[in-house]
Design a protein around this ligand. Structure first.
Ligand SMILES: N[C@@H](CCC(=O)N[C@@H](CS)C(=O)NCC(=O)O)C(=O)O
Length: 202
Protein backbone atom coordinates (compact mmCIF):
# COMPACT_ATOMS: atom_id res chain seq x y z
CA UNK A 1 0.00 0.00 0.00
CA UNK A 2 1.09 3.58 -0.62
CA UNK A 3 0.27 6.49 1.66
CA UNK A 4 0.42 9.99 0.20
CA UNK A 5 1.04 12.37 3.07
CA UNK A 6 3.46 14.94 4.42
CA UNK A 7 5.50 14.98 7.65
CA UNK A 8 3.61 18.06 8.90
CA UNK A 9 0.06 16.85 8.21
CA UNK A 10 -1.97 16.20 11.39
CA UNK A 11 -4.50 14.14 9.42
CA UNK A 12 -1.60 12.17 7.94
CA UNK A 13 -0.28 11.68 11.47
CA UNK A 14 -3.53 9.99 12.47
CA UNK A 15 -2.97 7.50 9.67
CA UNK A 16 0.72 6.99 10.52
CA UNK A 17 -0.17 6.22 14.14
CA UNK A 18 -2.82 3.79 12.91
CA UNK A 19 -0.28 2.07 10.63
CA UNK A 20 2.02 1.52 13.62
CA UNK A 21 -0.73 0.53 16.06
CA UNK A 22 -2.06 -2.06 13.60
CA UNK A 23 1.33 -3.65 12.83
CA UNK A 24 1.33 -2.47 9.20
CA UNK A 25 4.63 -0.59 9.08
CA UNK A 26 6.17 -2.99 6.57
CA UNK A 27 3.08 -2.94 4.38
CA UNK A 28 2.65 0.81 3.90
CA UNK A 29 5.12 2.88 1.92
CA UNK A 30 4.89 6.60 2.65
CA UNK A 31 5.27 9.07 -0.23
CA UNK A 32 5.68 12.71 0.71
CA UNK A 33 3.56 15.13 -1.32
CA UNK A 34 3.14 18.87 -0.85
CA UNK A 35 -0.63 19.40 -0.94
CA UNK A 36 -0.27 23.16 -0.55
CA UNK A 37 1.60 23.51 -3.84
CA UNK A 38 -0.54 21.16 -5.91
CA UNK A 39 0.68 17.73 -6.90
CA UNK A 40 -0.35 15.80 -10.03
CA UNK A 41 -0.24 12.34 -8.38
CA UNK A 42 -2.31 13.62 -5.48
CA UNK A 43 -4.89 15.38 -7.68
CA UNK A 44 -5.28 12.25 -9.80
CA UNK A 45 -6.02 10.23 -6.67
CA UNK A 46 -8.09 12.85 -4.85
CA UNK A 47 -9.54 15.73 -6.88
CA UNK A 48 -9.85 17.69 -3.61
CA UNK A 49 -6.04 17.72 -3.61
CA UNK A 50 -5.94 16.79 0.07
CA UNK A 51 -3.71 14.44 1.98
CA UNK A 52 -3.75 11.81 3.34
CA UNK A 53 -4.65 9.36 0.56
CA UNK A 54 -4.09 5.62 0.66
CA UNK A 55 -3.64 3.54 -2.48
CA UNK A 56 -4.24 -0.10 -1.61
CA UNK A 57 -2.47 -3.13 -3.07
CA UNK A 58 -5.09 -3.51 -5.81
CA UNK A 59 -4.88 0.18 -6.76
CA UNK A 60 -8.04 1.33 -4.95
CA UNK A 61 -7.92 4.88 -3.64
CA UNK A 62 -9.12 5.60 -0.10
CA UNK A 63 -9.57 8.95 1.66
CA UNK A 64 -10.09 10.80 3.99
CA UNK A 65 -8.14 10.11 7.20
CA UNK A 66 -11.16 8.60 8.96
CA UNK A 67 -11.88 6.20 6.11
CA UNK A 68 -8.20 5.25 5.75
CA UNK A 69 -7.86 4.56 9.48
CA UNK A 70 -11.01 2.44 9.52
CA UNK A 71 -9.78 0.52 6.47
CA UNK A 72 -6.37 -0.11 8.09
CA UNK A 73 -8.11 -1.16 11.29
CA UNK A 74 -9.92 -3.83 9.28
CA UNK A 75 -6.79 -5.26 7.64
CA UNK A 76 -4.22 -4.92 10.46
CA UNK A 77 -3.63 -6.77 13.71
CA UNK A 78 -3.96 -5.76 17.37
CA UNK A 79 -6.86 -4.27 19.32
CA UNK A 80 -9.70 -2.76 17.27
CA UNK A 81 -9.48 1.03 16.94
CA UNK A 82 -13.10 1.32 15.82
CA UNK A 83 -15.76 -0.31 17.97
CA UNK A 84 -17.93 -2.24 15.50
CA UNK A 85 -21.39 -1.31 16.75
CA UNK A 86 -23.38 0.36 19.48
CA UNK A 87 -22.86 3.34 21.81
CA UNK A 88 -19.08 2.80 22.04
CA UNK A 89 -18.79 3.30 18.29
CA UNK A 90 -20.69 6.61 18.35
CA UNK A 91 -18.68 7.77 21.34
CA UNK A 92 -15.40 7.04 19.56
CA UNK A 93 -16.50 8.66 16.30
CA UNK A 94 -17.86 11.73 18.08
CA UNK A 95 -14.62 12.15 20.01
CA UNK A 96 -12.71 11.86 16.73
CA UNK A 97 -15.06 14.40 15.16
CA UNK A 98 -14.27 16.91 17.90
CA UNK A 99 -10.55 16.25 17.51
CA UNK A 100 -10.81 16.70 13.73
CA UNK A 101 -12.71 19.95 14.36
CA UNK A 102 -9.83 21.23 16.47
CA UNK A 103 -7.38 20.30 13.72
CA UNK A 104 -9.52 21.95 11.03
CA UNK A 105 -9.82 25.21 12.99
CA UNK A 106 -6.07 25.21 13.73
CA UNK A 107 -5.28 24.42 10.08
CA UNK A 108 -7.54 27.21 8.80
CA UNK A 109 -5.60 29.64 10.97
CA UNK A 110 -2.33 28.40 9.48
CA UNK A 111 -3.73 28.75 5.94
CA UNK A 112 -4.93 32.28 6.73
CA UNK A 113 -1.35 33.18 7.60
CA UNK A 114 0.04 31.39 4.59
CA UNK A 115 -2.33 32.43 1.82
CA UNK A 116 -3.85 35.78 2.78
CA UNK A 117 -1.82 38.96 2.32
CA UNK A 118 -1.06 40.63 5.65
CA UNK A 119 -3.35 43.62 4.95
CA UNK A 120 -6.29 41.32 4.18
CA UNK A 121 -6.26 39.33 7.40
CA UNK A 122 -9.61 39.14 9.15
CA UNK A 123 -8.95 39.09 12.88
CA UNK A 124 -12.56 38.36 13.81
CA UNK A 125 -12.42 35.20 11.73
CA UNK A 126 -9.16 34.09 13.37
CA UNK A 127 -10.71 34.83 16.78
CA UNK A 128 -13.67 32.65 15.83
CA UNK A 129 -11.38 29.68 15.12
CA UNK A 130 -9.49 30.29 18.37
CA UNK A 131 -12.78 30.32 20.29
CA UNK A 132 -13.78 26.97 18.78
CA UNK A 133 -10.46 25.42 19.78
CA UNK A 134 -10.63 26.90 23.29
CA UNK A 135 -14.21 25.73 23.86
CA UNK A 136 -13.31 22.19 22.74
CA UNK A 137 -10.21 22.07 24.95
CA UNK A 138 -12.19 23.40 27.94
CA UNK A 139 -14.73 20.60 27.53
CA UNK A 140 -12.01 17.93 27.19
CA UNK A 141 -10.04 19.31 30.16
CA UNK A 142 -13.01 18.67 32.46
CA UNK A 143 -12.81 14.96 31.82
CA UNK A 144 -9.96 13.78 29.57
CA UNK A 145 -11.09 10.61 27.80
CA UNK A 146 -9.22 7.63 29.24
CA UNK A 147 -9.26 4.24 27.57
CA UNK A 148 -9.92 0.91 29.19
CA UNK A 149 -7.60 -1.60 27.54
CA UNK A 150 -6.00 0.31 24.67
CA UNK A 151 -6.49 3.73 23.01
CA UNK A 152 -8.89 3.79 20.08
CA UNK A 153 -9.43 6.00 17.03
CA UNK A 154 -11.00 8.79 19.11
CA UNK A 155 -7.97 8.91 21.39
CA UNK A 156 -5.42 8.88 18.58
CA UNK A 157 -7.31 11.66 16.82
CA UNK A 158 -7.22 13.79 19.96
CA UNK A 159 -3.48 13.13 20.32
CA UNK A 160 -2.98 14.25 16.70
CA UNK A 161 -4.97 17.43 17.42
CA UNK A 162 -2.97 18.33 20.53
CA UNK A 163 0.26 17.48 18.71
CA UNK A 164 -0.73 19.86 15.94
CA UNK A 165 -1.41 22.66 18.44
CA UNK A 166 2.10 22.01 19.77
CA UNK A 167 3.57 22.05 16.29
CA UNK A 168 1.86 25.03 14.65
CA UNK A 169 0.47 27.02 17.57
CA UNK A 170 3.48 27.00 19.89
CA UNK A 171 1.88 24.70 22.45
CA UNK A 172 0.09 27.63 24.12
CA UNK A 173 -2.85 25.28 24.90
CA UNK A 174 -0.70 23.60 27.55
CA UNK A 175 -0.81 26.51 30.00
CA UNK A 176 -4.51 26.23 30.85
CA UNK A 177 -5.03 22.48 30.44
CA UNK A 178 -2.90 20.50 32.92
CA UNK A 179 -5.11 17.40 32.79
CA UNK A 180 -4.89 17.25 29.00
CA UNK A 181 -1.11 17.66 29.18
CA UNK A 182 -0.94 14.63 31.49
CA UNK A 183 -3.37 12.81 29.19
CA UNK A 184 -1.12 13.41 26.17
CA UNK A 185 1.96 12.22 28.08
CA UNK A 186 0.08 9.05 29.03
CA UNK A 187 -1.02 8.53 25.43
CA UNK A 188 2.55 9.01 24.15
CA UNK A 189 3.79 6.35 26.58
CA UNK A 190 1.07 3.91 25.54
CA UNK A 191 1.47 4.54 21.79
CA UNK A 192 5.09 4.67 20.54
CA UNK A 193 3.72 5.69 17.12
CA UNK A 194 2.94 9.11 18.59
CA UNK A 195 6.62 10.05 18.97
CA UNK A 196 7.56 8.18 15.81
CA UNK A 197 5.11 10.26 13.75
CA UNK A 198 6.14 13.61 15.24
CA UNK A 199 6.47 16.35 12.60
CA UNK A 200 9.86 17.95 12.08
CA UNK A 201 10.60 21.09 14.11
CA UNK A 202 8.73 23.97 12.41
N1 LIG B 1 -11.03 15.62 6.21
C1 LIG B 1 -9.73 15.41 5.63
C2 LIG B 1 -8.90 16.69 5.75
C3 LIG B 1 -7.56 16.57 5.05
C4 LIG B 1 -6.82 17.92 4.97
O1 LIG B 1 -7.39 19.01 5.15
N2 LIG B 1 -5.52 17.82 4.67
C5 LIG B 1 -4.71 19.01 4.51
C6 LIG B 1 -3.30 18.79 5.02
S1 LIG B 1 -3.27 18.38 6.73
C7 LIG B 1 -4.58 19.32 3.04
O2 LIG B 1 -4.39 18.42 2.25
N3 LIG B 1 -4.68 20.59 2.66
C8 LIG B 1 -4.51 21.05 1.31
C9 LIG B 1 -5.75 21.69 0.76
O3 LIG B 1 -6.80 21.71 1.45
O4 LIG B 1 -5.67 22.17 -0.35
C10 LIG B 1 -9.05 14.21 6.31
O5 LIG B 1 -9.46 13.87 7.43
O6 LIG B 1 -8.17 13.57 5.72
Amino acid sequence: MKLLSSPASPFGRKVKMTVMMKGLKDKVEITTVDATKGDATLSAANPMGRIPVLVTGDGSVIHDSHVICEYLDSVGTGPALFPAVGPKRWETLTRASLADGIIEAALLMVYEGRYRPENMKVQSWLDRQTAKINASLAMLEKNPPMWKDAPDYGHLSLAAALGYLDFRHAGTWRAGHPKLVTWLDTFAKAVPGYEASKPPVA
